[in-house]
Ligand binder design. Structure first.
Ligand SMILES: Cc1cc2nc3c(=O)[nH]c(=O)nc-3n(C[C@H](O)[C@H](O)[C@H](O)COP(=O)(O)OP(=O)(O)OC[C@H]3O[C@@H](n4cnc5c(N)ncnc54)[C@H](O)[C@@H]3O)c2cc1C
Length: 314
């Protein structure tokens, strides 16, 4: 009996160790971590692991589902975990689903809370675009759950002892071959890290009008974001904020000409202060906002920019 964690993303791995430690302690069992490829297993021990399985093989140098899944299955064989936590990255989600199918068990996805009750693993997860929380239970062991980044706190490192074990693996061959790799062109880099974001919605009538937003962004040192139609339908920007786009968490988010649908709201729920500018006083964005300005953005934005400029001069 143990808890096993895996993520290829280093920060998320530490967050999984924090939650994994708590679950392992509750079961009075060990916490194991799987490390595929290079890394520092000693660090994982400092953050709470009792043992670290290290798997290395040329087939693991590139991500591919089948070899990674077969290694995870080997680790499951070794650790006999009751609970498996996997980072909900793109790869992690694919891996977790495939692992659950291979083991014939269920999968709790994108969990924002996890606890053991009797022999079950109980999770909470956002649903309906983040407007409701579903409580779900895994009934069959090993319980498998995926966890998004920044949900659980990274534990404090401590001087601890643990074991590092080499996992003997003969990974399954991948069923797909990578033919070519092309870098993605990212225009609005760093939206996730931005401290201030000003975002445009369909209240803007023409692409040139975004200049009004750019002027405000310059004064505030803000990044510029938008709703999906602005990017996906109009092609005025490359990326958008929301359930199918970036999830952002700036200290200040200014939504301009955005109605505030559940799809957009799902991407801004972790923002500090939300300011909304909208001509429709009944727009849903005002239900999400801390401050609201009911008005025409074509009048409000120039006035706001002017006022901020004057204030900065003083
Ligand atoms: C599966 C799925 C996934 C989706 N994912 C996302 C997502 O990730 N992100 C996302 O944003 N959307 C997403 N959408 C689209 C989403 O449903 C909405 O269509 C979109 O969020 C609306 O964008 P908007 O607020 O810019 O436009 P609208 O809803 O048209 O709102 C425009 C707002 O501007 C205001 N306005 C108009 N003129 C002015 C003016 N002169 N001054 C001030 N205000 C003005 C209006 O009052 C209105 O409230 C998704 C949809 C689907 C089906």
């Amino acid at each position: 009996m143990s808890v096993l964690i895996y993520s290829e993303e280093p920060g998320l791995r530490l967050e999984l160790l924090g939650k994994g430690r708590e679950l392992a302690d509750a079961m009075d069992s060990k916490l194991a971590a799987l490390q595929i490829g290079n890394g520092n297993p000693e660090e994982l021990i400092k953050y709470g692991a009792d043992l670290v399985y290290v798997a290395e093989h040329p087939l693991l140098e590139e991500w591919s589902l089948e070899p990674y899944r077969s290694v995870l299955l080997r680790a499951v064989e070794e650790a006999s975990p009751s609970v498996i936590l996997i980072g909900a990255t793109k790869r992690g989600k694919e891996l977790a689903a495939s692992l659950a199918a291979s083991l014939g068990v269920g999968l709790l996805t994108e969990c924002i809370s996890l606890k053991l009750e009797d022999e079950k693993l109980i999770a909470e997860r956002l649903t309906y675009g983040g407007s409701a929380i579903a409580r779900v239970a895994s009934l069959k062991k090993p319980h498998i759950a995926t966890v998004p980044p920044r949900v659980f706190k990274r534990p404090e490192p401590a001087e601890r002892t643990g074991e590092v074990l080499k996992l003997e693996v003969e990974p399954e061959k991948p069923k797909a071959e990578v033919v070519e790799r092309r870098g993605k062109v990212r225009e609005e880099v760093g939206l996730e890290e931005a401290e201030v974001i000003v975002a445009a919605g369909r209240g803007f009538k023409k692409q040139e009008d975004l200049k009004l937003l750019e002027e405000l962004a310059e004064i505030l040192g803000a990044k510029i974001g938008c709703t999906r139609p602005i990017a996906a339908d109009y092609g005025w920007m490359k990326e958008w904020i929301g359930i199918s786009g970036h999830k952002v968490r700036p200290k200040l988010y200014i939504a301009v000409g955005i109605s505030g649908t559940v799809h957009h709201a799902a991407g801004i729920r972790d923002c500090g202060i939300i300011v909304a500018i909208n001509s429709d006083e009944n727009a849903n964005i005002f239900n999400l906002a801390d401050y609201g300005i009911v008005g025409d953005l074509y009048e409000v934005l120039p006035a706001l920019t002017k006022a901020l400029k004057e204030r900065l001069k003083k």
